[in-house]
Design a protein around this ligand. Sequence first.
Ligand SMILES: CC(C)(COP(=O)(O)OP(=O)(O)OC[C@H]1O[C@@H](n2cnc3c(N)ncnc32)[C@H](O)[C@@H]1OP(=O)(O)O)[C@@H](O)C(=O)NCCC(=O)NCCS
Length: 186
Amino acid sequence: MSELTDGVIVLRPWHTDDAEWYATQSNDVEIQRNTAEPAHLTAAPVAEEIARYAADPRYPGWAICEADSGELLGNAGVDLAHGEVSYWVAAAARGRGIATRAVRLMAAYAFEISELEELRLWVKPGNAGSARVARKAGFTRAPELDNDVAIRDEVWRAEYYRMTRDAAHISAASHRTIVDGRLILP
Ligand SMILES: CC(C)(COP(=O)(O)OP(=O)(O)OC[C@H]1O[C@@H](n2cnc3c(N)ncnc32)[C@H](O)[C@@H]1OP(=O)(O)O)[C@@H](O)C(=O)NCCC(=O)NCCS
């Protein structure tokens, strides 16, 4: 799977060695409050999921890392079957523009490698940080797409945002920014 970078962060494939870190971060209160991550995750099931998703080109997922140090910062994924992106940033790495950079990279990648005309993401009501990330990355609010989603044992309202291919300025025929499996955004 491709690596994506803008020079500040790198989105690289997950390694099974990352499972312990992923499990620990995913138990963070904000991640549990705002995402579908299962509660009380441990390394073993995460390692299984990493191996399973690595083999499925419909669901590319990446570790967000600092470009210079390789330090793990968060999780980013795109469901190419439904054109949806998702993300979280580890508590210690928030407030540095990491999520915005990751969403921009994923959007550029998804439009480059697929025929999708639109990408979507959803935000739980009250998740002001993620709503701001969506807008900063170029998504606009799409209330007509809002629906109810079953998350763990609850029903959450999903507030949708969309970005069209036109808005991303990536033509369906380009396929040119990925070189040797690496997408580089200026
Ligand atoms: C929401 C989240 C992804 C933001 O990640 P981040 O890397 O800190 O976001 P950024 O630094 O790119 O912030 C982008 C903008 O959002 C704003 N922002 C970030 N967190 C915010 C918050 N909690 N409340 C209000 N604004 C916030 C930033 O100030 C910035 O706006 P600005 O440039 O106008 O100041 C992160 O807090 C997180 O992982 N939360 C828990 C999981 C989650 O909500 N995932 C998304 C599910 S849809």
